[in-house]
Write a protein that binds this ligand. Structure first.
Ligand code: DGJ
Length: 734
């Protein structure tokens, strides 16, 4: 080819590439990015999600073979495909076609926000697809704003928050499932053909059973510290649906959104429907790498007070259940204070007027002190806590009532129930859910917290429980033609109450409890400081539950308590050392009657609390590295936290079963600085002799390539021996 012609065609090619590139949008954090193609008048296309690209790769990405899928596929114009959005327009037309109108990218202090406005090709119906890419954490949040400018209402029958194509090729999905007392169980399976649906329809809580978060391991069987992983967390407190559709294409199609089942939404003319956020991350450092991204993002941008160290507490529930009285509470406060704790929480059973709360079948809604149990009221308890040098917290269950309560007698119209039918009741045979769609109910729920805090401003902590699902479909507040809005309006009402509480009481610590771990989700945590992982406090089962939960949630948010044996749920007897070593991998607390402990046991707890205070910053703010999974059949599990500067680390090792002649793997550590040396100190030591490496230093490189040998059992006096064994090693860089 003639040189001049070659030059011209080069220029043409280059300008064609840059023309294409101008429609290509980069949505980037410092480490990861998503590439979209937003050509005005055409569908919005998604082309890439992964590590940040070089400028050249960005320019040439479309030639490399990319998904090039509609980034927010609506229903009706490509009917056989799964859709993110389904709309019945005001004239009955069930098809929607969305094309790009404009792209807007703005800078927030810590993030870049991209808003791509799409319009239906024939209706004044708009969808803005939004992305927030954080600058200092590798997380991209996506959501949509669906706007109806048609003259009449339209009906939304599906309204996902986001969609992501994942290239087929030995992809495995990791997600959490379970039930009451067995929450956060890890399930890992290869993605095969067909539809994989992970969903919730509880109405109130959404993480007892399946969780609204998943991870995709892209390089075969999931590994903790190697391989490419995409992580997704749907940030919502209500019913959700995650779908992974694998059909005859090269891509798994991942959709996440509010569960549309029985929730068709009538969108009025001029109304905007904002979907919850879907948080997406990517890591090439395995599942633990994706977890670190979730934890950093969560602590920094989602979790209430994610930068504030949590107090060590005693909660009264498993210690006394409903048997609350002044001497008992005072004694528990004295005991936790003696052991070095910083907070006492009085659980269920302190309230009720006409119907005192002696058991779980009455009084929810009657939030006044039971004077027979506590004649001097909350203020006396707060004062006693103060004189013991600790803070005071209290349990409430504000979204609920019992048919046996003064509240229900006064406001039977405030509960959720189907018109014309008697309500099905829950816990205690009398529990009902209040209708959070009703603004009067919202005011009342706000007033429960507001009254407690106004009368006792020193209250430091609230345990907010929720022990019932919506089992009756029916809002007595919403009109008959808006009954399908019940679930969505419930959570809007809940959100609005939480906003009001946080505006007035920004410093209060609030725990999300929901019959245990029913409210572990990133939708709720902006208002809540932590969640109760499970009503099952058995250390062995907790290792499994906390392992799974740590995939998406940081230790600072995971309430983990030392409880009595035999365990009240599974009746297993584990050693106190073992129970302590498990609880110390989360936000440490106690759930026990200290009066029933021996002096030796109290001493062990006292020492553990003091040592936890030393490692607390590493546990609560450090980076997680899971090492050996309890699900992998090695009869042991191990994990560690490493401080951001890699100057300190805490290593956990738990044996799961004892078999004579068992040979457990030697665990290689991770996340350390290979060039630095770390001095080893065992915490909660019960052995008669220190470990051979106690007080010695090893390089991070040695610890990560070889690890340290952990003895299979504890060297204690014969009569103290049992089959439980665990170790916590504290590593400090020289
Ligand atoms: C369920 C919670 O999960 C428990 O911790 C306890 O607070 C009870 N409710 C009280 O009723």
């Amino acid at each position: 080819m003639h040189l001049a012609m070659k030059k011209v065609s080069m220029i043409l090619l280059m300008s064609l590439t840059s023309l294409l590139a101008t429609a290509q949008i980069r949505i980037s954090t410092s480490g990861i990015e998503m590439i979209l193609n937003a050509v005005p008048g055409e569908e919005l296309r998604i082309m890439y999600f992964g590590n940040r690209l070089s400028d050249t790769d960005f320019l040439n990405i479309s030639a490399a073979g990319v998904p090039d899928h509609n980034a927010y596929p609506p229903y009706g114009f490509n009917c056989p495909s799964e859709a993110a959005l389904a709309v019945t327009h005001s004239d009955g037309n069930m098809s929607t076609v969305l094309t790009v109108m404009s792209v807007d990218q703005t800078e927030e202090s810590n993030a870049q926000v991209t808003r791509i406005r799409l319009k239906d090709t024939i209706y004044p119906f708009y969808v803005t697809v939004c992305y927030r890419a954080y600058k200092d954490v590798d997380m991209i949040e996506t959501w949509t704003e669906i706007e109806n400018l048609e003259k009449k209402h339209v009906t939304l029958t599906r309204f996902d928050s986001g969609y992501l194509p994942v290239r087929v090729g030995n992809v495995w999905v990791s997600h959490l499932y379970g039930t009451w007392a067995n929450e956060g169980r890890l399930l890992q399976e290869p993605l095969e053909r067909g539809m994989n649906v992970i969903k919730n329809k509880d109405g109130v809580r959404n993480s007892h059973t399946d969780h609204a978060e998943v991870m995709f391991s892209l390089d075969g069987k999931p590994q903790e510290n190697a391989g490419r992983v995409i992580g997704a967390a749907f940030c919502y407190s209500g019913n959700y649906e995650l779908r992974i559709d694998t059909r005859d294409t090269d891509y798994h199609q991942f959709f996440a959104g509010i569960n549309p089942d029985n929730s068709a939404y009538i969108l009025e003319s001029k109304e905007v429907f904002k979907t919850p956020e879907l948080a997406l991350t990517y890591s090439d450092e395995g599942l633990s790498g994706a977890s670190r991204n979730f934890h950093r993002w969560g602590r920094k941008y989602k979790l209430a007070h994610g930068d504030k160290m949590r107090k060590i507490l005693l909660n009264s529930w498993e210690g006394v259940y409903f048997n609350i009285n002044e001497p008992g509470m005072d004694q528990m406060m004295a005991d936790i204070s003696y052991m070095g704790g910083e907070l006492f929480v009085m659980d269920d059973g302190w309230f009720g007027g006409k119907y005192p709360r002696l058991t779980d079948n009455c009084a929810l809604g009657d939030w006044k002190v039971d004077k027979n149990k506590l004649p001097d009221g909350i203020s006396w308890l707060v004062d006693r806590a103060d004189s013991h040098g600790i803070s005071f917290g209290i349990w409430i269950e504000p979204e609920m009532t019992n048919t046996v309560s003064e509240l229900y007698e006064k406001h039977p119209d405030w509960v959720i129930k189907a018109p014309g039918r008697d309500a099905l009741t829950g816990r205690g045979g009398t529990q009902l859910v209040l209708d959070m769609a009703n603004p009067e109910v919202q005011d009342y729920v706000f007033s429960i917290v507001d009254d407690l805090m106004t009368e006792n401003p020193e209250i430091d902590y609230i345990k907010w429980d929720a022990n019932m699902s919506i089992i009756n479909h029916g809002s007595q507040y919403l009109p008959s033609d808006r009954q399908s809005h019940m679930y969505i309006e419930y959570h809007r009402g809940f959100a609005s109450v939480c906003d009001r509480i946080r505006e007035k009481y920004p410093d209060l610590t609030i725990q999300a409890c929901a019959s245990g771990g029913g409210r572990a989700n990133w939708g709720i945590l902006p208002w809540f400081d932590e969640f109760w992982i499970s009503d099952n406090t058995d250390a062995l089962q907790r290792i499994h539950m906390q392992w799974g939960t740590s995939y998406f949630f940081p230790a600072i948010a995971m309430a983990s308590h030392i409880s009595a044996v035999p365990n009240h749920t599974v009746f297993r007897t584990t050693s106190l050392k073992y129970r302590i070593d498990v609880a110390m991998s989360g936000r440490l607390g106690m759930e026990i009657q200290p009066r029933n402990m021996t002096e030796d046991e109290r001493e062990l707890c006292r020492r553990a609390i003091s040592e936890y205070k030393e490692i607390r910053p590493v546990v609560q703010f450090g980076d997680i590295y899971r090492l050996v999974s309890p699900y992998d059949g090695h009869n042991m599990a191990s994990m560690m936290y490493v401080s951001e500067e890699k100057s300190e680390a805490v290593f956990y090792w738990w044996k799961l079963e004892t078999f004579y002649d068992d040979h457990l793997p030697r665990v290689k550590m991770a996340g350390l600085d290979p060039e630095r040396h770390y001095r080893i100190r065992e915490l909660n030591r019960i052995d008669n002799k220190p470990l051979p490496y106690e007080g010695l230093s090893f390089s991070g490189r040695f610890l990560m390539e070889n690890g340290l040998e952990i003895p299979l059992k504890h060297m204690v006096d014969y009569h103290k021996q049992d089959d439980w064994s665990s170790r916590i090693l504290y590593l400090v860089a020289d």
